[in-house]
Design a protein around this ligand. Structure first.
Ligand code: NAD
Length: 394
């Protein structure tokens, strides 16, 4: 549902004012149903920048943020490995949570988070993820309408320079949640699970770890089969020189028009750093306090080309909507215009907190997507098909 304008704005606190926050901030600021009420950040200059720009209190710990009576719900945008501790703090304070993807790094942490949220009776939503994108929701509605028969297959691919964007050291260590599986595959998994109904059965995958200077998974190909017989093929390269946004009308992942003149920018910038510390500092230059929050992007976000094949039609998702290729006719269905690309996930957060609505991408859903991430790694390592046991329906 979209948010009810008669509701009082949701007072949101943010834990972690890094890159993830910067990407969601334009949508938070554009949303009439949300007030940015407070934050938590370890660095004094970041806290000062937050208070100067938004007026709310910036705390030096997530516990203090969660205890702040000005805060109704907490958006946890700290590094993956901290999500469990920070969700526990929010649950202890009885505050609803929107936690960045992936839910956690380990399945044990993820299961503890789900239990903490359910024990405290708080909403736990995992996002933003690209499964909340307008055209994905639209494709899901077309599939569930039954108009074109059963879903048979989903093809998702994405070619990016992900591995050459500046990283914290642990983002290049798989066991600590580094590499493309935890940060990128989880988007594709969320999308295909949503389109195919959520209940994946098994995963067969191969991964690429091709750059000794950045020794983590940078690429993968995975096959997933679903209850009902549909299957999905997921391909991702974070080593790419080709940019698959060329196939998305030159619109970038975040819904911005892509300037072809920026070709090679990430690799050029990375070539200027000479240590892990310099690289982490380069990453910090793209976070809150170092850069201004940009205006909302004009298009929907996306996660690369996606084609869903049904008995009676193929659906091709674009940043503007969904092309429907039927037996004898084709049409383009524009996605509803949103004031900012991440409106969908924020609407869901408000609906969950204000009206107790269930959100598909909740903690158990996030745990199921995390299970698929681990299954990709396990299948690539063993050469075996990996059965899944924590899946939930959409
Ligand atoms: N949905 C998306 O499109 C998207 C994009 C980027 C990142 N993310 C997610 O955001 C999360 C953070 O990644 P990032 O790339 O923004 O990293 P980042 O390093 O840019 O940001 C993390 C921030 O957390 C802060 N932090 C660390 N410890 C803290 C603590 N104890 N209390 C409060 N703040 C603390 C850091 O100072 C930093 O500003 C990850 O889970 C990542 O997957 C999501």
């Amino acid at each position: 549902m979209s948010f009810d304008p008669s509701d009082a704005p949701l007072r949101l606190g943010v834990a972690g004012l890094g890159r993830g926050f910067m990407l969601t901030a334009p949508s938070i600021l554009a949303h009439p149903g949300i007030t940015l009420a407070a934050a938590a950040a370890p660095r004094a200059e970041t806290r000062a920048a937050f208070e100067a720009q938004f007026g709310g209190k910036a705390h030096d710990s997530v516990e203090a943020l969660c205890a702040d009576p000005a805060v109704e719900a907490v958006y946890i945008a700290t590094p993956h490995q901290m999500h469990a501790e920070h969700v526990a703090a929010a649950a202890a304070a009885g505050k609803a949570v929107l936690v960045e993807k992936p839910l956690a790094v380990s399945m044990d942490d993820g299961a503890r988070m789900v239990a903490a949220a359910s024990g405290a009776g708080i909403a736990l939503i995992v996002g933003p993820s690209h499964s909340f994108d307008g055209p994905v929701e639209q494709a899901r509605a077309i599939i569930t309408s039954g108009r074109y028969g059963r879903l048979r297959m989903v093809q998702a691919l994405n070619y990016t320079d992900f591995l050459y964007r500046p990283r914290r050291p642990e983002e290049l260590v798989t066991d600590q949640g580094g590499g493309v599986i935890f940060s990128q595959a989880v988007h594709q998994i969320d999308i295909v699970r949503l389109l195919a109904g959520g209940q994946a059965h098994s995963v067969t995958a191969m991964t690429g770890n091709w750059d000794a200077a950045r020794p983590t998974e940078g690429a993968y190909a995975a096959l997933i089969d679903f209850e009902g017989g549909a299957f999905a093929s997921l391909t991702y390269s974070g080593y790419a020189h080709f940019d698959s946004d060329e196939w998305m009308d030159q619109v970038g992942e975040l819904g911005q028009a892509k300037d072809p003149a920026t070709y090679g920018k990430a690799r050029r910038a990375l070539a200027t750093v000479h240590s892990a510390q310099e690289e982490a500092a380069l990453k910090r230059r793209r976070t809150f306090g170092a850069e201004a929050v940009p205006p909302p992007a004009p298009h929907h976000e996306h996660f690369g080309p996606i084609i869903a094949s049904l008995e009676g039609a193929d659906l091709r998702l674009t940043p503007q909507g969904v092309h429907v290729y039927g037996h004898t006719e084709r049409q383009f269905l524009p996605a509803p215009a949103w004031p900012a690309p991440r409106q969908g996930v924020l609407d869901r957060l408000i609906a969950a907190v204000r009206h107790g609505e269930k959100v598909v991408q909740d903690g158990r859903w996030g745990l199921a997507s995390l299970e698929v991430c681990h299954a990709i790694l396990a299948s690539a390592q063993t050469g075996q098909r990996v059965a899944l046991h924590h899946q939930v329906a959409a």
